[in-house]
Design a protein around this ligand. Structure first.
Ligand SMILES: NC(=O)c1ccc[n+]([C@@H]2O[C@H](COP(=O)([O-])OP(=O)(O)OC[C@H]3O[C@@H](n4cnc5c(N)ncnc54)[C@H](O)[C@@H]3O)[C@@H](O)[C@H]2O)c1
Length: 272
């Protein structure tokens, strides 16, 4: 289903690693809706064979950039405007990584060098991306910037580890920078808080299978898929959402407002 919602719009999409990535699905949907974009990912994380496939399919170029490195980001923004032929209308920040999670460190036993690295990659990189765009006046008026978050920013999910803190910081950056981007450049900035989704980053979380099944049973509409997230992001990039800004938007089948569901109650009662 395509509505040409992004016809003539230009953007940058961070974080497509493989076909399960939320950014991958978003790139496919943005392409279907008529948008053009540059794909980017960290040089060390990039699975060149796979991202090339996406680039070919969507007629995009790839510019490697470590989102924590300002020089890389300057180069990315300048080259993107050159390739796309003008200012940027939309940006997707779809980046997350915790070294503590990767190394199996419990939340109560952090290695703070790892904590710092994960915070820089998962949260501060969003500020860096926006600062480079802002200083270079690279965004078009009524442009839209989206980063992806998770509800562990508001509620406790013990195994989400230091990523919970990183997401809280990320959402705060969206509001704080969103104010200046709105006032000075008429650009909107939001986070989309997505259901657990089976991707490389998602499956890195301990107990992910239980996590995703529980969320699905709790949500009246079931978990939002990566494709659902891509569709919501397309709507946020389109002209139909021009005055939505500084928001953390839940795309979670209703999970965030649930207390308990019949299915979860049933499982619990059976256990007794
Ligand atoms: N999967 C889930 O359950 C879920 C739920 C809610 C939110 N999210 C968020 O969605 C976003 C996308 O994750 P995903 O689930 O598609 O997983 P993914 O593993 O496919 O994507 C994460 C991406 O971050 C990139 N990245 C890591 N370090 C980087 C760096 N220094 N510079 C640039 N890119 C870097 C990786 O290369 C990868 O492409 C993340 O912010 C994640 O936290 C995921």
């Amino acid at each position: 289903m395509s509505y040409n919602l992004l016809k003539g719009k230009r953007g940058i999409i961070f974080g497509a690693l493989d076909e399960n990535s939320i950014a991958w699905k978003t790139a496919e949907r943005v392409h279907e809706e008529g948008g053009t974009f540059v794909l980017t990912n960290a040089p060390i994380a990039m699975r060149m064979g796979q991202i090339k496939e996406l680039a070919e399919k969507t007629g995009s170029e790839i510019i490697p950039a470590d989102a924590t490195n300002l020089e890389d980001l300057e180069n990315l923004v300048a080259k993107s405007m050159e390739i796309l032929g003008g200012k940027i209308d939309f940006v997707l920040h779809s980046i997350g990584m915790s070294v503590n999670v990767r190394k199996g460190n419990h939340y109560t036993n952090q290695n703070y060098d790892f904590t710092h690295k994960g915070w820089d990659v998962s949260a501060v990189s969003f500020h860096k991306v926006m600062q480079v765009l802002y200083k270079n006046d690279a965004m078009s008026e009524w442009g839209s910037i989206v980063a992806l978050s998770y509800m562990a920013a508001q509620r406790v999910f013990p195994d989400y580890n230091d990523m919970a803190d990183n997401k809280a910081y990320l959402e705060s950056i969206a509001r704080s920078f969103g104010y200046f981007f709105g006032k000075d450049k008429k650009v909107r900035v939001n986070t989309i808080s997505q259901s657990p989704t089976p991707t490389t980053a998602g499956q890195g979380v301990k107990g992910f299978d239980g996590f995703i099944a529980y969320a699905d049973k709790m949500s009246p509409l079931g978990n939002a898929t990566a494709l659902d997230c891509a569709n919501y992001t397309v709507a946020m990039f389109s002209d139909l959402t021009r005055r939505v800004t500084l928001q953390n938007l839940y795309n979670d089948g209703g999970f965030s407002n649930m207390g308990v569901s019949a299915e979860v109650m049933e499982a619990f009662v059976k256990e007794q």
